[in-house]
Structure formats: structure tokens, C-alpha cells
Design a protein around this ligand. Structure first.
Ligand SMILES: C[S@@+](CC[C@H](N)C(=O)[O-])C[C@H]1O[C@@H](n2cnc3c(N)ncnc32)[C@H](O)[C@@H]1O
Length: 222
């Protein structure tokens, strides 16, 4: 979730784009209010729309989300991908896992979404040691670990697979010469991630000025 509406776009443009987002259903609206009131970092609505469009366009059946929070992104992805798709989503905080499972149950998506409690890197390492390919990966977790998540998932990406990474422009700070000291490590990590994403010969990738910045990659044709 972006902290400042004008971090990437001008505030007028950001407000305009948020204003044309279609209304969410009652459950997603409740989740947005819950996240706002408890300062939980769920995806921005326009990023959620991008997830839904990409899930539909790619026909993804095996989806992995790195960073569940309260289950907002997982619900959007599962609904868009349809009943034959499966979403595995990883969250390390037990209380947050319980909240996410509650919302997922209320969405009627228990059978489609598995919330796995654990550390994202450890869970991804276990996952990619198995035989299954991944059709869509949504990276939305520890910013300092994005490059490691990428290294782990690229070899398991299916031929038409898609990688989406949120917050890669981090309030616009990745493009600034002056960065607050408390943000420096995160900004350095995201700069390294963006460079790795767009320069990986196995991928064709772009960084989009959507929400807080979204990295978007498919397999390269070569
Ligand atoms: C930005 S939120 C995810 C939002 C979610 N993807 C959505 O679309 O609404 C990131 C989540 O990652 C979790 N997290 C932080 N460190 C983690 C780790 N090492 N392993 C797994 N999850 C972690 C946080 O508790 C937080 O809920």
C-alpha cells in the first residue's frame, strides 16, 4: 500500500486513477477498511485490478503469492483465475494468518487458497525443490529479499508464466538521490531487484508506475 498518493504520479492523477476504480464487493471493502484502520499493508486497489487482469490474461492455474497479509491479494487472484486455479500464499505472522484464513473462508475460497505459515524464503526454497511449475508469482513481502525470491522462482516459471512484484518504486524513493537513512537499505535492495528483473536474460520485464511501482515480467522468447 502506498503511503503517499502522489509518490509516483502527481496527486491529481493518482486521485483520478483511484476514482475510476470499480467498486469492490462488500467483503473486499470491509478488508480495505480493516487494513486502513489497523495499518495493514494490503495491495492498492489499482494493483489488485492489475493482478486480476493478469491472472485472467495469462490463464494462470498455479499461483504463488509471497506475503499474504490479510488475504486481499490472494482473494483477488483466486477469484480472477477461476475455480480451477490454486493459490498458495505465504505469511509468517500467525495472527495475520488466522485473519487471512477467516476472510478466505468468508469468500468461500478455502478449497482454492492455501495460506502457508512460515518464512517466505524457506517456504519458497521448499516449493521450488518440488516438480511443479508456477504460472503466476506475486512478490509482495520483505523488500530486502526480493532479489532472492526472484532467483528462487525464475527457474520454476512456466513457459507462459508471469512475475509481478509490488512496491518496487517505494514511494518514489528508488529514483531519488537523497534517501532517508532509515529507508536506505530497502531502497538499495529494490534498486538491485529492479536491475536484476529487467536485465535477466531469461525474462522480458518492465517496471510500471502503477500504485507504488510494479515490476512485471514474463519469460523471454530466447
Ligand atoms: C505487503 S504485505 C502483503 C499484502 C498482500 N500481498 C496483499 O495483496 O494484500 C506483506 C506481508 O508479508 C509478511 N511478512 C513479513 N516478513 C515475512 C517473512 N519473512 N516471511 C513471510 N511473510 C512475511 C508481513 O507480515 C505482511 O503481512
Amino acid at each position: 500500500m502506498k503511503d503517499a498518493p502522489d509518490a509516483i504520479l502527481g496527486s491529481e492523477q493518482a486521485a483520478y486513477l483511484e476514482g475510476i476504480e470499480p467498486a469492490r464487493d462488500a467483503l473486499l471493502e470491509e478488508m480495505e477498511r480493516f487494513a486502513h484502520d489497523r495499518r495493514q499493508p494490503i495491495s492498492d486497489p489499482e494493483v489488485a485490478s492489475f493482478l486480476a487482469v493478469t491472472a485472467r490474461a495469462s490463464g494462470a492455474k498455479r499461483i504463488v503469492e509471497v506475503g499474504t497479509n490479510i488475504g486481499y491479494g490472494a482473494i483477488v487472484l483466486a477469484r480472477a483465475a477461476g475455480p480451477s486455479a490454486r493459490v498458495l500464499t505465504i505469511e509468517n505472522d500467525p495472527q495475520t494468518v488466522t485473519i487471512a484464513r477467516g476472510y478466505i473462508a468468508r469468500a468461500g475460497l478455502d478449497a482454492q487458497i492455501e495460506v502457508r505459515q512460515g518464512d517466505a524464503i524457506a517456504e519458497l526454497e521448499a516449493l521450488v525443490a518440488g516438480p511443479d511449475e508456477i504460472d503466476l508469482v506475486y512478490i509482495d513481502c520483505v523488500k530486502e529479499h526480493y532479489t532472492r525470491y526472484l532467483e528462487l522462482v525464475v527457474p520454476r516459471l512456466s513457459a507462459r508464466g508471469v512475475i509481478i512484484a509490488d512496491n518496487v518504486l517505494w514511494k518514489g524513493l528508488v529514483a531519488k538521490s537523497e534517501v532517508p537513512a532509515k529507508e536506505q537499505a530497502r531502497v538499495d535492495a529494490l534498486r538491485a531487484f529492479n536491475r536484476a528483473l529487467v536485465s535477466d536474460a531469461r525474462l522480458r520485464a518492465v517496471v510500471l508506475p502503477l500504485g507504488d511501482g510494479v515490476g512485471y515480467a514474463v519469460r523471454s522468447s530466447s
